[in-house]
Design a protein around this ligand. Structure first.
Ligand code: 7MK
Ligand code: ZN
Length: 868
């Protein structure tokens, strides 16, 4: 690196010296040379007479102040400094940009045949020189000019106010967005699409046109996105009282997109993965993912757009809150327990891993080099858990009061996380002083619990202690306010009322000290404790339950999440034992009582199939890896395989009967039908490792009438390495090679292939006609899956996985640093592995660190990892 990238610190925030209140943009679109004219109204707010604008990867082609050419300026590779300015003026900036050459997919670029933009976080500065920071809110008018035949649709934010024809087959459309917004919410799309249209009437009677733009020929894959959008609009009115505020809401699906989707005001741009679905191309998981992401982007209209972030350190203000809202949306529409389980799996797996990595940071980071590196599981998913804890402490009513006050106070402004907490506090009267530490402290707290029953006094004492280990970014940790949701059961399954110091208390205990005792009174018999119900705080729990208490909770706990969690705890205990056995070359074993407990769950007549499916799903290889240092990927894989085969062998008759009984004739995406397929396919994944595996899996592949069942058969064949794997894979690729999105499923199976020769096959697969390193979805499916979800092969002791990773990262560092930066994460965690692997990975990281064109994205991560 020639220039060392500079870090920015949260503590250094200052208001901007100038602001821009209005901007009029004109885009003269050409693939290789697009001219952008930006006319802004600028006001001085501070003392300086020099305006510094951000801008990169473009050429300055004109600069005027109040219509006069201006020569008192300097331009660097990232900024434009304009000197000797008056207090108030009109600024005209003309820039030339090259959308076709933009492989980073930030700013204005071509996705297939269409022009589109991605400006969050700092992409607008690749379009024009601007105050590209979220606390500068301007009204936008945008004129888009392009060739009409190639780009019949010209879209931007707000309302379409004018249009016209030009010579040479070109035309133009003018848009105006009445809501002041930061530059990261700007969007432009031009291209040829098919459009699905619908309407929505808001609760106060506003008529809203809904439009979903998809590639031509894909209209039959858009209806689920439309239904999801309408459901989201309705839900936000009912649960949060929040209504849409423009006359049009557009969603455009594009194939080249670095992330999931983007909430640009009135013009969401989506990765096509989160829009397109029909029963032949999408799995149930895809359908639910679309519902969640459509909801998420819609909910941003209030939590993000109407109230935005003062600076990027506050990202969780909009993201944590909006993830919380989309999780609630999915839970209200579908199964709350299944949603909670899957969200908790993400926290306990990849989010805890991030906390333990060199990238560990609080949900509100203090130091950032490349903002794109902070769109993380911590900011999003842990951020949502922090909002959920506030919800737990305040209750739904208190929380909604807080939301109302937050909107009243901050609508139309750029706010901070502190503003949000203050509104919650003021509206509810709940003191959140100590709670605020969740925003500033990184790492995963460990809560240890001990219990004692005093039969004579009839008291049950719960002693809790908390400790957060130091992280790379923060050596000293403080004591947090942890809401602990608990319940006590008598051995006959009755809930015991909780009484402390003579008073009835609710389920949520305020755990606010280093070590704290809770003495429950009038407890007639030694109770069974259900701890951290609903995962009421994102902590690791150390509590030694007896097997029989866990089995009791699996069967008797009042709440489904607690039942699932007890099952997971039981599995975790025997996974650990078997991993140790495997390492000691001892025999692996699973007690009959554990097998019986899971048999009972499978045969339960009162539980929903979707929930039984979750109960029977083993923790992922990565989640288990998070329990160990050093991680032994081979022993973990063997122990997981052993548990799977043992359960399958023991329950083969019940699994087979269940599998056949759940066959459906017609496909429907009703939640009940999704749940039945989920359970049937979990049964298949177990049966795949029995003698019947080969025939059941082939038969399901042949007879499947939907992608969920097709993929379940292929995954089972892949994971169990069945003989039919190759023929199924070939059949699928013959059928779907024309469709990148569908082929992503196939690429993912190649990426996660447990076979010894997986890496060779992956290298060959890179020349598959549907594969391209230029497309982020293809890259993540094949390469990302190999790095992150194929631990045994990626961490092969010969270092071949690491060498391959570094070759790929060298390429992506140039073409698309954002994608490179997401892919590198597994390498950053090298200190979790044995010395041999640590050294092998460090060699590759050092190679990358030495690149002379190393992007800021990789620079920041590699540097932290190496200095750790
Ligand atoms: C989700 C930002 C966007 C990572 C996860 C999303 C992004 C990155 C969608 C892009 C989003 N604002 O809505 O949060
Ligand atoms: Zn978001």
């Amino acid at each position: 690196m020639t220039n060392q990238p500079q870090a920015k610190y949260r503590k250094d925030y200052t208001a901007p010296e100038f602001t821009i209140t209005d901007i009029d943009l004109t885009f003269d679109l050409y693939d290789e040379e697009t001219k952008v004219t930006a006319v802004s109204k600028v006001l001085k707010q501070g003392n300086s007479t020099t305006l510094t604008l951000e801008g990169e990867h473009m050429a300055l082609a004109g600069l005027q102040i109040n219509g006069e050419d201006w020569s008192d300026y300097e331009v660097t590779s990232t900024q434009l400094h304009i000197h000797q300015l008056p207090n108030e003026f009109e600024l005209t900036v003309v820039t030339d940009i090259n959308p076709s050459a933009n492989t980073a997919l930030e700013g204005l670029y071509k996705s297939g045949g269409a022009f589109c933009t991605q400006c969050e976080a700092e992409g607008f500065r690749r379009i024009t020189y601007f105050l590209d920071r979220p606390d500068v809110l301007a009204k936008y008018t945008t004129t888009v000019i392009a060739d009409k035949a190639a780009n019949p649709f010209l879209l931007s934010n707000g309302n379409r106010i004018d249009e016209g024809e030009l010579e040479n087959g070109r035309h133009w459309v003018k848009w105006s967005d009445p809501h002041p917004k930061p530059s990261y919410l700007f969007a432009l799309v031009a291209g040829q699409f098919d459009v699905l249209r619908d309407k929505f009437v808001t609760k106060s009677g506003r008529n809203v046109e809904l439009e979903i733009y998809v590639d031509q020929g894909n209209l039959d894959r858009a209806p689920h996105a439309m239904t999801s959008l309408i459901n989201a609009m309705k839900w936000d009115e009912e649960r949060f009282g929040l209504e849409y505020d423009l006359d049009i809401y557009m969603i455009v699906a594009v194939d080249f997109f670095n992330m999931g989707a983007m909430e640009n005001k009135g013009l969401n741009i989506f990765n096509s993965k989160y829009v397109l679905a029909n029963d032949q191309t999408a799995t149930d998981t895809d359908y639910l993912g679309i519902e969640a992401v459509i909801g998420h982007e819609y909910f941003h209209n209030w939590t993000g757009n109407r109230i935005t972030c003062r600076d990027w350190f506050q990202l969780s203000l909009k993201e944590g809150l909006t993830v919380f809202r989309d999780q609630e949306f999915s839970s209200d529409l579908g199964s709350r327990a299944v949603n909670r389980i899957n969200n908790v799996r993400i926290i306990r797996g990849p989010q805890f891993a991030e906390d333990a990595s060199p990238m560990s940071h609080p949900i509100r980071p203090d130091k950032v080099i490349e903002m794109n590196n902070f769109y993380t599981l911590t900011v999003y998913e842990k951020g949502s858990e922090v909002i959920r804890m506030i919800h737990t402490l305040l209750g739904e009513e208190g929380f909604q009061k807080g939301m109302k006050l937050y909107v009243e106070r901050h609508d139309g402004t750029a706010a901070t996380c502190d503003d949000f907490v203050a509104a919650m506090e003021d509206a509810s009267g709940v003191d959140l002083t100590q709670f605020r530490l969740w925003y500033s402290q990184s790492g995963t707290p460990v809560v240890t619990a001990n219990t004692a029953y005093d039969a004579a006094a009839k008291t049950f004492t719960l002693t809790l202690s908390q400790k957060t280990e130091p992280t790379l970014d923060q050596p000293n940790k403080q004591v947090l306010h942890i809401p602990m949701n608990v319940e006590l059961y008598s051995p006959d399954g009755e809930v015991i009322p909780m009484i402390i110091e003579g008073k009835a208390v609710g389920n949520v205990l305020d755990f606010t000290q280093d070590t704290q005792q809770f003495v429950f009174e009038n407890v007639e018999q030694e109770p069974i404790l259900s701890l951290l119900r609903e995962f009421s705080a994102p902590v690791k729990l150390g509590y030694h339950s007896k097997d029989e208490d866990l089995v009791f909770l699996m069967n008797q706990a009042q709440n489904e999440f607690a039942r699932w969690d007890a099952g997971q705890t039981l599995l975790a205990k025997y996974l650990r034992q078997n991993i140790a056995a495997c390492q000691a070359n001892d025999e692996m074993a699973l007690p009959q009582s554990v097998l019986d407990a899971f048999k009972g769950i499978l045969l339960s007549e009162s539980l929903e199939p979707a929930f039984i499916a979750e109960m029977l799903t083993l923790p992922s290889q990565n989640e288990v890896a998070g329990w160990f240092k050093p991680v032994d990927v081979d022993a973990i894989a063997k122990a997981l395989g052993f548990i799977k085969r043992t359960i399958a062998a023991e329950l083969v008759d019940e699994l087979t009967a269940m599998y056949h009984s759940l066959k459906q004739d017609k496909y429907s995406i009703e939640h009940a039908a999704i749940g039945q397929r989920a359970l049937r396919n979990v049964c298949l994944s177990y049966l795949a490792v029995t003698d019947e595996g080969e025939s059941l899996v082939s038969a399901q592949y042949e007879s499947a009438n939907n992608m969920t069942d097709t993929m379940a058969a292929m995954s089972a064949a892949n994971q169990a390495q069945l003989g039919c794997r190759e023929s199924l894979m070939k059949d699928f690729s013959d059928k779907w090679s024309h469709d990148g999105l569908v082929m992503d499923k196939w690429f993912m199976l190649q990426g996660t292939n447990p076979a010894d020769n997986a890496l060779d096959v992956i290298k060959q697969t890179m020349s598959h006609p549907t594969f391209s390193l230029k497309n982020p979805n293809r890259t993540r499916s094949l390469i990302g899956a190999f790095f992150a979800q194929n631990p045994v092969n990626f961490h092969a002791i010969d270092g071949s996985g690491y060498q391959f990773a570094s070759e790929i990262l060298v390429t992506l560092n140039e073409s698309n640093p954002q994608v490179a930066s997401r892919l590198i994460d597994p390498l950053l965690k090298y200190r979790q592995y044995d010395d041999t692997r640590q050294n092998l990975i460090r060699v590759e990281l050092e190679k990358l660190a030495g690149l002379d064109n190393l992007a800021k994205d990789l620079y920041e991560k590699i540097n932290k990892a190496l200095e750790a």
